[in-house]
Design a protein around this ligand. Structure first.
Ligand SMILES: O=C(O)C1=C[C@@H](OP(=O)(O)O)[C@@H](O)[C@H](O)C1
Ligand SMILES: C=C(OP(=O)(O)O)C(=O)O
Length: 431
């Protein structure tokens, strides 16, 4: 059922929240645990709908996966332990599940069929199906494999040296995972800008040798994964909503605990600093392959900035909430080189601009981004919608904290995709 929620201004946000587990890392922990030998224990797993889709797909391939509120046990039997699914693999709303799983299935000697929701059906899959076909996988799908439903018959693969036209960790990961199923050959992926490197880091934790250069990553085929225990740090993409809330709601101070600060993900912190936000980052010891910090954010006076180039992949999912932040900064904020936004859960250039305009922001779409002029009083008194996109839903919920009049947010349930406890956390901070 699509829910609507009425949301009103909040005078102050104070307190501490523990940010739920990282979505990218949670997906990978289940997938890699499923193709490893032995028992992988995952703690602080994100119980969001997207990660649960990954769990359900791998269960359909015969992997024993047990979930107890945030603690997941995966009993892997190696790559060869995966079984031909007798049912369709339903990825729900999750692009990460679709693309990484196709990379794994490309090397699996059986047939499988992948479907997802209406949004997944619009997202480009040729960015992974093309290179995987070049490696020898038999993949078909709607419009010649451009879109779901996809059908995959995996098998013997050959290595490639692939120059990806887009900076995408999903593309890079799919090819590296397929590369594991070549015979002692080296597969390399090079991208125009470095994308998040969770796959490279986690494969190493599973005992695989992965080489990383500035904008490329390589793997030698034939290596197997050995089970390990994974602690999933808090998701900086989820933290971003409260970082922005703390900066724009008056008299606020929020402590965000255990946030992952992998340098390929920290663009939001760079932007907050560039804009003059009052932020303190305290790195924590004792975390293995993904760095973690506690972060304090306070109400800030902000100035506009320019966001482009290498910075874009480091904050791609945070752009909706950065647009809101920019509406509360003096001057113009220009976001460029971000046309990838058009192929996310929604066209996020259109949905961000359309919804923020409804509540009084001065914002205009460009071909590859947007321009926001501030500082603007947000009016509210409008019906807005997530359009089924979790990040748009949370951005609008944070906007409602500072609108003069209440707003009605439609399709609020989309938020469960990545942050099921979002409103609990917001309520706990509201004074
Ligand atoms: O690899 C991942 O876990 C992700 C990579 C990014 O997508 P692209 O690879 O399409 O840039 C990001 O937007 C998505 O939320 C998660
Ligand atoms: C784009 C996103 O995820 P995915 O590609 O996995 O659907 C996101 O979480 O913002």
């Amino acid at each position: 059922m699509e829910e609507t929620k009425k949301l009103s201004k909040i005078n102050q946000l104070t307190g501490t929240i523990e940010i739920p587990g990282d979505k990218s890392i949670s997906h990978r922990a289940v997938m890699f645990g499923s193709i490893a030998n032995g028992k992988t224990e995952i703690s602080n797993f994100l119980m969001g709908a997207d990660c649960l889709s990954t769990v359900s797909c791998f269960k359909k391939m015969g992997v024993a996966i047990d979930i107890q509120e945030g603690h997941v046990t995966v009993e892997g039997n190696g790559f060869d332990g995966l079984k031909e699914p007798s049912d369709i693999l339903d990825v729900g709303n999750s692009g990460t599940t679709t693309r990484l799983m196709v990379g794994i299935l490309a090397g699996a000697p059986f047939h499988s069929c992948i479907i997802g929701d209406e949004s997944i059906a619009k997202r480009p899959m040729s960015r992974v199906t093309n290179p995987l076909r070049m490696m020898g996988a038999k993949i078909d799908g709607r419009e010649d494999g451009q879109y779901t439903p996809l059908s995959v018959r995996g098998g013997n693969l050959q290595a490639i040296h692939y120059h990806s036209p887009v900076a995408s960790a999903q593309v890079k990961s799919a090819i590296l995972l397929a590369g594991l199923n070549t015979k002692n050959e080296e597969t390399t992926v090079t991208e125009p800008h470095k994308s998040r490197d969770h796959t490279e880091r986690m494969l190493r934790a599973f005992g695989v040798d992965v080489k990383e250069d500035e904008n490329s990553a390589s793997i030698i085929g034939g290596q197997s994964l050995q089970a390990t225990n994974i602690f999933v740090p808090g998701d900086i993409s989820s933290a971003a909503f409260f970082l922005v809330a703390g900066a724009i709601v008056p008299n606020s101070e929020i402590l965000l605990k255990n946030v992952g600060i992998n340098p390929t993900r920290t663009g939001i912190l760079d932007v907050l600093e560039q804009m003059g936000a009052s932020i303190e980052i305290t790195p924590k010891e004792g975390h293995t392959f993904e760095p973690v910090a506690d972060i304090v954010i306070r109400t800030s006076s902000l100035k506009g900035t320019t966001i482009s180039g290498d910075l874009i992949p480091k904050l791609i999912d945070e752009i909706p909430v950065i647009a809101l932040l920019a509406s509360q900064a003096e001057g113009d904020t220009i976001i460029r080189d971000a046309s990838e936004l058009k192929v996310k859960e929604t066209n996020r250039i259109d949905t961000v601009v359309g919804e923020l305009k409804k509540i009084g922001a001065t914002i205009q779409a460009t071909d590859d981004g947007m321009i926001i002029s501030g500082k603007t009083k947000l009016t509210g008194n409008a019906k807005v919608s997530s359009h089924g996109d979790h990040r748009i839903g949370m951005m609008l919920a944070i906007a409602s904290c500072i609108t003069e009049e209440p707003i009605e947010l439609e399709s609020v349930d989309a938020i469960d995709v990545s942050y099921p406890t979002f409103f609990e956390h917001l309520d706990s901070l509201a004074k």
